[in-house]
Write a protein that binds this ligand. Structure first.
Ligand code: CTP
Ligand code: MG
Length: 166
């Protein structure tokens, strides 16, 4: 299951490094504000990040698909998982802004698991429930994902890729 979900992890993590490397970024909401006067998404969700995330997750998944048979139900599943992860991440920022949380503020649970929930939802809608994803596996996957997310984000903070440790 960890191999299966790897495209979502790559999609979620790649923008942190990628946007830093290319050194330019265009906010998805182009600075626009919602009805509450706050940014729709904020400066942390960019076109460049979205493209880098989907591309990295898809490439990672396609490499897995060619090396190990039976992980994905279609060569399209990696891109579906990657797009789900990015939509979940963007949706999470939308919720955070509506809750009045500024860009970069922590939203425990949402930050770590929103992208996972949407990646699984997208692949379920496209291909049906992933094989072997029973309730216990789902709980374990959520726990492992949360720990990995906190760990990799802290590492990115130590490497000065991120301004906040979460
Ligand atoms: N990022 C991006 N575009 C995306 C997703 C992420 O450019 N679609 C980059 C941004 O540089 C962002 C970083 O990845 O700052 C880390 O992502 P995340 O923690 O999700 O964003 P935050 O800056 O914390 O913003 P938010 O409060 O909206 O989650
Ligand atoms: Mg964040």
């Amino acid at each position: 299951m960890l191999i299966f979900i790897l495209p979502a992890y790559c999609a979620n993590g790649a923008p942190v490094v990628g946007v830093k490397l290319i050194g330019r970024s265009t906010p998805l909401d182009r600075g626009a504000r919602a009805w509450d006067g706050r940014r729709i998404l904020g400066d942390g969700k960019t076109f460049e990040g979205l493209l880098i995330g989907v591309a990295t997750g898809t490439v990672a998944g396609l490499i897995i698909h060619t090396l190990i048979s039976g992980v994905y139900r279609s060569p399209l599943e990696p891109i579906i998982l990657s797009m789900g992860a990015m939509v979940g991440d963007i949706f999470g920022s939308f919720i955070k802004r509506r809750l009045g949380l500024e860009r970069g503020r922590p939203a425990p649970g949402l930050d770590q698991l929103g992208f996972l929930a949407f990646a699984l939802l997208f692949s379920t809608l496209a291909f049906g429930p992933p094989r072997g994803l029973d309730a216990l596996t789902l709980i374990l996957l959520a726990m492992v994902t949360a720990i990995l997310h906190l760990g990799t984000n802290y590492l990115a903070y130590l490497l000065r890729l991120k301004a906040e440790p979460w």
